[in-house]
Design a protein around this ligand. Structure first.
Ligand SMILES: NC(=O)C1=CN([C@@H]2O[C@H](COP(=O)(O)OP(=O)(O)OC[C@H]3O[C@@H](n4cnc5c(N)ncnc54)[C@H](O)[C@@H]3O)[C@@H](O)[C@H]2O)C=CC1
Ligand SMILES: O=C([O-])CC(=O)C(=O)O
Length: 327
């Protein structure tokens, strides 16, 4: 007998990430090839005709796991009994903007949606915020949903993690799938700190393999941090397929587990590593049994401390900038 369907809410369903994401969720890439899903799609009223077009295409794929689709412009309808919520809908940046420049335009969306999740979603709903600035928007949603567990709110750092893996594979000439124990600390912004000090390939230290601090400082860290801008420069639009892929990776690993492998998730801090409680910060985690567990006790050297503090400082500034939204 097939499993009962899970309700997956996706906001910004008419957008470019939505167009890459929905088909993969319906195909079972996120929750497994034996898990039926009901998609609950939210967008703003003028975008609903476009969402209906996407739904026609979903129908035309005849996905066996797609057990139903809801289309709405009302967050409470979209989040009704939702088991998963992927909050993608928000304005993307264009050339010359930083992600934090979107705070004013996008922050308010996440108070409304946090409250609607609080009221309507499953008490176990797993929330991933993709819309930028993702960490602070996730913080806003979490603070606007006081009856839901804080740990169920996360922000997407997985694209940064995957970008960093790919840069390391290129530099070492090793297969990307063999790299373990990478971490990306902090904010999804150019201040993030991708950190391969603990990384291994086939049990060998990646840091020792590369042995080039200047490359780390002057090439690796800025390339990963500014990759989003490089894609906007090249495409004229921000990353969409790779962002959707990262969202699938994040939710799949959270739900189905990582078998001991480290991944990066933006999660509310518990105070570890000197990051104050509730700050939505990228940490290395493993996932098992539907829960994530932060990797604790890693040594933080002076260079790393300064990087982790710089990205924390930016998150403080963003948090202060949205204080008025949180009353
Ligand atoms: N965290 C990450 O790694 C990444 C985050 N992003 C962010 O994801 C967001 C979406 O990007 P795209 O899909 O490329 O943008 P897009 O402009 O193609 O689509 C955004 C969609 O959200 C909808 N929307 C706007 N306000 C809404 C609201 N209040 N409720 C529901 N839907 C709403 C729009 O109508 C549109 O359909 C942007 O903020 C972008 O910066 C993009 C790439 C990576
Ligand atoms: O850079 C942007 O604005 C879109 C994004 O978050 C990314 O590609 O990492």
């Amino acid at each position: 007998m097939s499993k009962p369907a899970k309700r997956v809410a996706v906001t910004g369903a008419a957008g470019q990430i939505g167009y890459s994401l929905l088909f993969r969720i319906a195909n079972g890439d996120m929750l497994g090839k034996d898990q039926p899903v009901i998609l609950q799609l939210l967008d703003i009223t003028p975008a609903l005709p476009a969402v209906r077009g996407v739904v026609m295409e979903l129908e035309d794929c005849a996905f066996p796991l797609l057990a139903g689709v809801v289309v709405t412009d009302d967050p409470k309808v979209a989040f009704k009994d939702a088991d998963y919520a992927l909050l993608v809908g928000a304005r993307p940046r264009s050339k010359g903007m930083e992600r934090k420049d979107l705070l004013e335009a996008n922050g308010a969306i996440f108070t409304v949606q946090g409250r609607a999740l609080d009221e309507a979603a499953s008490r176990d709903v797993r929330v991933l915020v993709v819309g930028n600035p993702a960490n602070t928007n996730a913080y806003i949603a979490m603070k606007s949903a006081p009856s839901l567990p804080k740990k169920n709110f996360t922000a997407m750092l997985r694209l940064d993690h995957n970008r960093a893996l790919s840069q390391l594979a290129a530099r070492t000439g090793k297969p990307v799938g063999q790299i373990e124990k990478l971490a990306v600390w902090g904010n999804h912004s150019p201040t993030m700190y991708p950190d391969y000090r603990f990384a291994t390939i086939g049990g060998q230290s990646v840091k020792a393999m590369i042995n080039d601090d200047a490359w780390n400082r002057d090439a690796f860290i800025p390339t990963v941090g500014k990759r989003g801008a490089a894609i906007i420069e090249a495409r004229g639009l921000s990353s969409a397929a790779s962002a959707a892929n990262a969202a699938i990776d994040h939710m799949r690993d959270w739900t189905l587990g990582t078998n001991g492998r480290w991944v990066t998730m933006g999660i509310p801090s518990d105070g570890s590593y000197g990051i104050p409680e509730d700050i939505m910060y990228g940490f290395p985690v493993t996932c098992a049994g539907g829960e994530y567990t932060m990797i604790k006790g890693l040594e933080i050297d002076e260079f790393s401390r300064s990087k982790m503090d710089a990205t924390l400082k930016e998150l403080f500034e963003e948090r202060d900038g949205v204080a008025h939204l949180l009353g």
